[in-house]
Design a protein around this ligand. Structure first.
Ligand SMILES: Nc1ncnc2c1ncn2[C@@H]1O[C@H](COP(=O)(O)OP(=O)(O)OP(=O)(O)O)[C@@H](O)[C@H]1O
Ligand SMILES: [Mg+2]
Length: 345
């Protein structure tokens, strides 16, 4: 990456690069300033150094009144040469800017492609591992429960608790493998009438214990009439659950959770806002990457899963967050999924 690119383009420091479309205002200003400075240098050099020297040379070469016309022609040529040099300079600097910009965009696109391939491979490997351990885990659970039944009442209390711990661990591992597989497998959309108000209320109901435990104040701003669309209910519910759960987990020491719904023409929307820990711009940039988590027991699949579901519905998800202030997640869904099959995207 050239120094120029690093200074004048918003070159990302790390993480996924975003390809910028159109001209960059800072770049235009920088080039205009650079061209002005260079043109100024050329003019001053011509006026102060080259022109007196050149005119002197013409005067010596064609002296006397009989050479007035020759001298005038040569002086004109000198001026034309100077003007064309200035124009060339401007054109070359514009061309250089364009080449540099295109090179930068190509590099960003390559970086993004390599990154996406890495993430996709990681997802495939994780799904493969999850798939491989799922059946043995089911077997282990069966054996442990069988053993527990057989030894019920025959073991000292401490040993019986050990078997319960084994069963709990197996259940946790099974839940983790299910989450990974759930993320990896394609979502097949089966649209039916869904009310986003009901989805929001059910999710809050499901998380009521966590909401109370975190001392979270609820602010429900649901649309006065049902927000109905033809959507795939299970995946929309799961996506909403992930988003609300993240908001709850971000407010470990209390806060306010606002959920608003509404419709706008043929679009439905839901906003989930918390006053929790918030995220830096860098964190928001990596938010939808699988396995990106800051939680000790998190998998980093909640946000990518929600995004996948919403995109498959043909909708949008946007995140606005400020560290220490909170986060707002807005989802927008079409009231009716487009007829094309999105299940394999
Ligand atoms: N509302 C939020 N406020 C602050 N940070 C958030 C919020 N939502 C997501 N994050 C950050 O984004 C990360 C990724 O979220 P994501 O839901 O994908 O995974 P996770 O919650 O860590 O694990 P899980 O797979 O169990 O959902 C989180 O670890 C957290 O750091
Ligand atoms: Mg989560």
């Amino acid at each position: 990456m050239s120094v120029f690119t690093r200074v004048f383009l918003h070159a990302p420091r790390s993480g996924v690069a975003s390809v910028k479309k159109g001209f960059n205002l800072r770049l235009i200003i920088a080039f205009a300033a650079l061209t002005l400075v260079l043109t100024g240098i050329v003019i001053v050099t011509w006026e102060q150094v080259l022109r007196p020297y050149y005119y002197g040379w013409v005067e010596r070469k064609y002296p006397g009144p009989e050479n007035v016309e020759n001298r005038w022609k040569l002086e004109q040529r000198g001026e034309h040469f100077f003007i064309s040099m200035t124009v060339d300079l401007i054109v070359v600097s514009i061309l250089l800017a364009m080449v540099d910009r295109n090179q930068r965009r190509l590099m960003e696109a390559n970086e993004q492609l390599a990154h996406s391939e890495k993430v996709a491979t990681l997802g495939r490997v994780a799904a493969q591992v999850a798939h491989e351990v799922r059946n043995p885990l089911a077997g282990l659970l069966l054996y442990s429960e069988h053993l527990k039944g057989k030894l019920d009442g025959k073991l000292p209390n401490g040993d019986a608790q050990l078997i319960d711990k084994i069963i709990d661990t197996i259940n946790n591992l099974t839940a983790t493998t299910e989450q990974i597989l759930n993320y990896a497998r394609p979502v097949t959309l089966a649209p039916r009438r869904v009310d986003l108000n009901t989805v929001a209320q059910d999710v809050i109901q499901l998380l009521s214990t966590d909401i109370t435990a975190h001392r979270i104040e609820m602010d429900l701003k649901l649309n006065s009439s049902p927000v109905i669309g033809m959507l795939d209910e299970p995946s929309i519910r799961a996506a909403t659950l992930n988003l609300v759960l993240n908001a709850v987990q971000a407010m470990s020491t209390g806060g306010r959770l606002t959920i608003a719904t509404g419709s706008d023409g043929n679009k439905l929307w839901m906003k989930i806002e918390d006053t929790g820990s918030g995220m830096s711009a860098e964190q928001v940039k990596q938010l939808f990457e699988p396995f990106n988590t800051t939680k000790s027991r998190g998998l980093g699949l909640g946000m990518p899963y929600a995004q996948k579901v919403i995109h498959q519905h043909g909708g949008r998800i946007t995140v606005d967050s400020k560290p220490g202030k909170g986060t707002q997640v807005a989802i927008e869904l079409p009231a009716r999924i487009a007829t094309q099959d999105r299940s394999h995207q």
